[in-house]
Structure formats: structure tokens, C-alpha cells
Write a protein of this length. Structure first.
Ligand SMILES: Nc1nc2c(c(=O)[nH]1)N[C@H]1C(S)=C(S)[C@@H](COP(=O)(O)O)O[C@H]1N2
Ligand SMILES: [Mo]
Length: 312
């Protein structure tokens, strides 16, 4: 593979085209006291890695933030409904207080963190990431959160720990489709420990400087930007360090369609459709899907020596 294929294509605030829109919204939120200090500090720092210097491709880098309206109304959260536009309303009363996340399994210091502890013990930073759904649509989302590796460091994985399993809350009284029998909920996902410890892997508590709305996975969800969106489990209640590859929902219901790794790869098609291009929500036409969703330079060291066609 050519060196260029491993180029990273970060989404930095400077590269996002109509940033006036975002900034004015930010100012508005700040006026309302809704933007935390951490978020403001983080947005001044060079959030993610290097800037691509090739002038020829500069044009391709101009990626607008997806609107708050689209991010919060075009949603996948199957515990509520498989109708993307219907989630926001069905999830509006989802109770996220009190909330805690249990860290257990192969760790030296198993413990339960309240949401307050997760918000105050770990500095919240802003990360603007592409999100690519395996279905072929994508967004650019300004998350608020902190890298998962900080939380893992607090509980100290033991040498036996090789994978991390994630579990979403299952509250049938509040989740319309939780007991429809269509899917084996609770929603489970998993990462290899080195993927989970990668600095790009985020626990998000907010977006656009505000707390996450229920439909996007309040109060805390995973964001793994180089993988298809289904790896990014919402409304987490349990994170377990384990020795063997944990079962995951999509890999269990359709293993030939959804691999454990699920790295964004335009060269490996879904059995029922091409993954070469995507529909960026808010844009017309389609754009090329980037290898590793544009984060190859950062994440390819994780996959050295692996055949990504077999380990899809
Ligand atoms: N618990 C849970 N997490 C989930 C899902 C889900 O149905 N349930 N959908 C996944 C899919 S397919 C995608 S594309 C992303 C969408 O995140 P967003 O709606 O915040 O953009 O969430 C992922 N996390
Ligand atoms: Mo998805």
C-alpha cells in the first residue's frame, strides 16, 4: 500500500468551513453558561495530530460540521426504534440521573464511577471527529469528552486483560423496542485493549458544547472514530476488561456482515453494498470514504502484520 494511504486527515476547527455558525452557537451557549472551561481550553489546542500539507488535497479537507439538528434527529438507537427520525422523540424522557458506570473484570481497582465523578475527575475536551455509519452515511461531530485510556489507567488493567467489553443500559420501561425480540439486547460492543487505549478513543459526555441528548447516548457513550459507527455504544453502564474477544451484538447477529474490528475500509465492501463512498449528511452527492475514516496515520500501528481483508 502506498504511503499516502496512511495519511491522516484530521478534522481541525481551522479546516471546518462555516465555522462562524458553530462559533456563534458556542457564544450563545457560553452566554447561557453551558460551555465548560475544559471545552474552551481544548478547542484552542491542536486537537488531533498533523495537518495535511499537500495543496492538491486541501480542497478535500474542507469539511463542515454537521448541523446540531441533523446529528440529533438522524440517529441510530435500536433499543428505541429502528426509525432514525423517530428516536429523538421516543428517547426524550430517558432517565439519565442518577447514573454510574461500573469498571470491572481484569483490573486491579474495580470500581463504580458516578457520572459526576466521570465529569469532574477527567478533564472534558472537545474532539471533532468524522462518524461513518456502516450503512454508508457520515457526519462530522464536535464531541465533548475524555479519552477512555484515562479511565482505564484509573482502574489499572491486569497483564491478563486483552479486550474491553462495553454494555449499554437496558431499561425496557423506557426503551420502546428493547423487548421487541428483534435484537439480543443489551447492546454489547468490544475493542482490543490497545484500541481502547488509543488516544483517539473517546468517552463522550456532550456534543456541540452541551450535554449529550438521550438519542445520542446520554449520559456517556463511546466514540471510536476510525471504526464504523456501530462500535460506538451509547448510554454505557458497564465496561469490563476481559481476556478473550467478547461477543458483540452485530457480530453475533450477522458475523459475515459485521466483523469484530469494523475498521472503516473503502476497499472491503459490505456483502450487500459498496463501502467505497458515503453520503455526508447535509451535502449533496457522495464523497469517497477514507481508509480508517481518515485516521490511518494514527491507528495503522495497531494493525501491523494483520490482513485487514480477513480481519474486517
Ligand atoms: N446502544 C446502542 N448504541 C449504538 C447504536 C444502537 O442502536 N444502540 N447504534 C450504533 C450505530 S449503528 C451508529 S451509526 C451510532 C450512531 O451514533 P449517533 O446516532 O449519535 O450519530 O451509534 C451506535 N451506537
Ligand atoms: Mo451505524
Amino acid at each position: 500500500m502506498d504511503q499516502n494511504d496512511y495519511r491522516s486527515v484530521p478534522v481541525n476547527p481551522e479546516e471546518v468551513t462555516p465555522k462562524e455558525v458553530y462559533l456563534s452557537r458556542r457564544k450563545f451557549l457560553k452566554g447561557m453558561g453551558m460551555v465548560g472551561l475544559g471545552a474552551l481550553l481544548a478547542s484552542c489546542a491542536p486537537a488531533i495530530s498533523t495537518v495535511n500539507e499537500s495543496p492538491a488535497s486541501t480542497e478535500d479537507l474542507r469539511e463542515a460540521l454537521t448541523s446540531y439538528d441533523a446529528i440529533t434527529n438522524y440517529v441510530n438507537y435500536y433499543e428505541f426504534t429502528t426509525n432514525k427520525e423517530g428516536v429523538a422523540e421516543l428517547a426524550q424522557d430517558f432517565v439519565t440521573e442518577p447514573w454510574s458506570v461500573e469498571l470491572s473484570g481484569l483490573v486491579e481497582n474495580p470500581r463504580r464511577f458516578s457520572l459526576d465523578e466521570l465529569r469532574t475527575n477527567f478533564e472534558q475536551e472537545e474532539r471533532i471527529y468524522r462518524m461513518r455509519c456502516v450503512e454508508g452515511w457520515s457526519m462530522v461531530i464536535p464531541w465533548l469528552g475524555f479519552p477512555l485510556h484515562k479511565l482505564l489507567a484509573a482502574v489499572k488493567p491486569t497483564p491478563q486483560a486483552r479486550y474491553v467489553a462495553f454494555e449499554t443500559a437496558l431499561v425496557p420501561e423506557q426503551m420502546n423496542a428493547a423487548e421487541s425480540g428483534m435484537f439480543p439486547f443489551p447492546y454489547r460492543e468490544g475493542l482490543r485493549l490497545d484500541e481502547a487505549e488509543h488516544d483517539l478513543t473517546l468517552l463522550a459526555t456532550g456534543l456541540y458544547g452541551e450535554d449529550l441528548p438521550p438519542q445520542n447516548g446520554a449520559p456517556i457513550r463511546l466514540v471510536v472514530p476510525w471504526k464504523y459507527g456501530f462500535k460506538s455504544s451509547k448510554s454505557l453502564v458497564r465496561i469490563t476488561l476481559v481476556e478473550n474477544q467478547p461477543p458483540t451484538l452485530w457480530n453475533t447477529v450477522a458475523p459475515q456482515e459485521y466483523g469484530f474490528f469494523a475498521n472503516v475500509n473503502p476497499g472491503v465492501d459490505h456483502p450487500r453494498w459498496s463501502q467505497a463512498t458515503e453520503r455526508r449528511i447535509g451535502e449533496s452527492g457522495r464523497r469517497a470514504t477514507l481508509f480508517m475514516n481518515g485516521y490511518a496515520e494514527e491507528v495503522m500501528p495497531l494493525y501491523e502484520g494483520m490482513d485487514l481483508t480477513l480481519n474486517y
